[in-house]
Design a binder for this molecule. Sequence first.
Ligand code: OAD
Length: 231
Amino acid sequence: MKRLVVFTGAGISAESGIKTFRDSNGLWEEHKIEDVATPQAWVKNPALVQEFYNQRRKNLLEAKPNAGHQAIAELQKYFNVQVITQNVDDLHERAGSQNVLHLHGELMKVRSSGYPELIYSVKGWEVKMGDLCEKGSQLRPHIVWFGEMVPEMDNAIELVQQADIFIVVGTSLNVYPAANLLDYASAEISKFYVDPNPDLVYNFADIKVIKQKAGIGLPDLADKLIKELFN
Ligand code: OAD
């Protein structure tokens, strides 16, 4: 089977009711990154940081995968599909995608602030100050904050290098090192970028830009790729 790598950002979950970060009305308009998404914020006001992620979790528990997530899962019947997502939601998994690499962590997990190898699933939406790991350290969101290493980056690069087809969906390509992934796809392969408001700073010479929402653009693209397979 051909290897299809799909690199997703917040835009793929927008139609599920999850806010993006940098669109108008996005999360970074309401909250300051330095207050809620940095190691310094966690030191300064951990309760505020927990509350921010509690609200994200509450929102996620009410959300469902949309036609974009489902189209990617459907492609698994025809391709060896690997999802690399910047999203911390679990909507790819809930749509049925089997291989999902989370570059920026996972909202439905927490980890020990003292023993980072101790990672737990969250039941429900709320994690409080005073919730501890088995060794007594405070639990923190299992999220890669600004200024922290991106531990899955090397694995993601390797997957992109092996891709036969590469699809980018719903990302402003503003956050590094994640946005660098595009540079690792072979010049020989077909590449697509599905986004209603694509970032045009990047040099898209060899990428077909599909200026549509994920819920429309991805099912159409999936149909096209499947038809091509049988021609
Ligand atoms: P952004 O909020 O920066 O970009 C969202 C993208 O989604 C934009 O290009 C929109 O045009 C597009 N979009 C909006 N609605 C869409 C739809 N229905 N279908 C498809 N695309 C749509 O989000 P990211 O690029 O994912 O990191 O942001 C990257 C990282 O910045 C996030 O992982 C997060 C954030 O800070 C951390 O928190 C560590």
